[in-house]
Design a protein around this ligand. Structure first.
Ligand SMILES: Nc1ncnc2c1ncn2[C@@H]1O[C@H](COP(=O)(O)OP(=O)(O)O)[C@@H](O)[C@H]1O
Ligand SMILES: [Mg+2]
Length: 232
C-alpha cells in the first residue's frame, strides 16, 4: 500500500554481486518519513549491502527501489550526486580526513555543494554545537577520542540537512558509554525530523530503545517489528 508519508520503498529488491553472491534476495520494505529503524542480523546477512543499495553504490539486479521520490533503477549516473544530497551517512570507522581539522571536515561537505562561505560558517558551527564539539573545531581527528570522531562524522553527515541519515555500525568501534552518546545523538537527529536507519550489533541498545527493528538473515528479512528487540 502506497502511503502519503512513505520515504523509502523496496519492492522485491534483489542484489547480486559479480561473483554470484545473492546479498539481498527479495526485499520488501517501506519506511515512513520520520522513522527511526534499526537493521540487525549476523555478519554477512546483507546489512551493509542494504545501506550501499540505498546510497546508490550498489545496483539492484531486479525489483524497484524508491527513495525520496527517486527511482534508483531509472536514475542516470549524473543524477547520483544530487540524489546523494538527500542522504547523510556514517560508518563504523568514522572516515574523517586526517589532514583536516574538525571544522574543515564538516565544512567540506557544504563547500562541495556550493554553499556560500558565510552560510558555511553558520551551518558548521550550528552542527558542531549540536554534537558538542564547537570548542574542538581546530582539533585534528587524531587528537580526538573515537566517540568525538564519530560525533564529527555525524555533524558532517547532517550539515547539508539530508532527509535520511544512514549509519552502518556507528558504534562498532566505541565503548558502551560512547555508544550510548552516539545513539542518543542519532535519536536527537531523528527528533528533529530526519529519518534514521542504523545498522548495529549492539543488542543492549536495540533492546532498550524499543524502535522498529528489521532483522536480516542471508539476504532476507526474517523479522520486522515496530517496537522490536535484538534477535540473535
Ligand atoms: N563487494 C562485494 N563483492 C562480492 N561479495 C560481496 C561484496 N560485499 C559483500 N559481499 C557478500 O555479500 C554478502 C552480504 O555482505 P554484507 O552486506 O557486507 O553483510 P553484513 O554487512 O550484514 O555483514 C556476504 O556474503 C558478503 O560476502
Ligand atoms: Mg556490514
Amino acid at each position: 500500500m502506497r502511503q502519503e508519508n512513505e520515504l523509502i520503498r523496496l519492492d522485491n529488491v534483489k542484489v547480486t554481486y559479480p561473483a554470484g553472491t545473492e546479498a539481498l534476495k527479495d526485499i520488501n520494505l517501506s519506511v515512513q518519513k520520520g522513522e527511526f529503524m534499526f537493521v540487525v542480523g549476523s555478519s554477512g546477512s546483507g546489512k551493509s549491502t542494504f545501506i550501499k543499495t540505498l546510497l546508490g553504490e550498489v545496483k539492484a539486479a531486479s525489483g524497484r527501489l524508491l527513495v525520496a521520490k527517486h527511482d534508483l533503477g531509472r536514475m542516470k549516473r549524473r543524477e547520483l550526486p544530487y540524489y546523494r544530497r538527500t542522504l547523510g551517512v556514517v560508518f563504523q570507522e568514522f572516515r574523517l580526513l586526517d589532514d583536516r581539522n574538525v571544522y574543515e571536515n564538516v565544512a567540506l561537505a557544504q563547500r562541495v555543494i556550493g554553499v556560500s562561505s558565510d552560510k558555511v560558517r553558520r551551518n558548521v558551527m550550528q552542527m558542531l554545537e549540536m554534537v558538542g564539539l564547537d570548542e574542538r573545531k581546530r582539533a585534528y581527528p587524531k587528537e580526538l577520542s573515537g566517540g568525538e570522531q564519530q560525533r564529527v562524522a555525524i555533524a558532517r553527515a547532517m550539515v547539508n540537512r539530508p532527509s535520511i541519515l544512514l549509519a552502518d555500525e556507528p558504534t562498532g568501534n566505541l565503548d558502551p558509554k560512547n555508544s550510548w552518546e552516539i545513539m542518543n545523538l542519532l535519536e536527537e537527529m531523528n527528533q528533529l525530523g530526519t529519518t534514521v536507519i542504523v545498522v548495529t550489533h549492539n543488542n543492549e541498545i536495540v533492546d532498550k530503545l524499543k524502535k522498529r527493528v528489521v532483522t536480516l538473515n542471508k539476504g532476507e528479512i526474517i523479522n520486522d517489528e515496530v517496537q522490536g528487540g535484538y534477535i540473535q
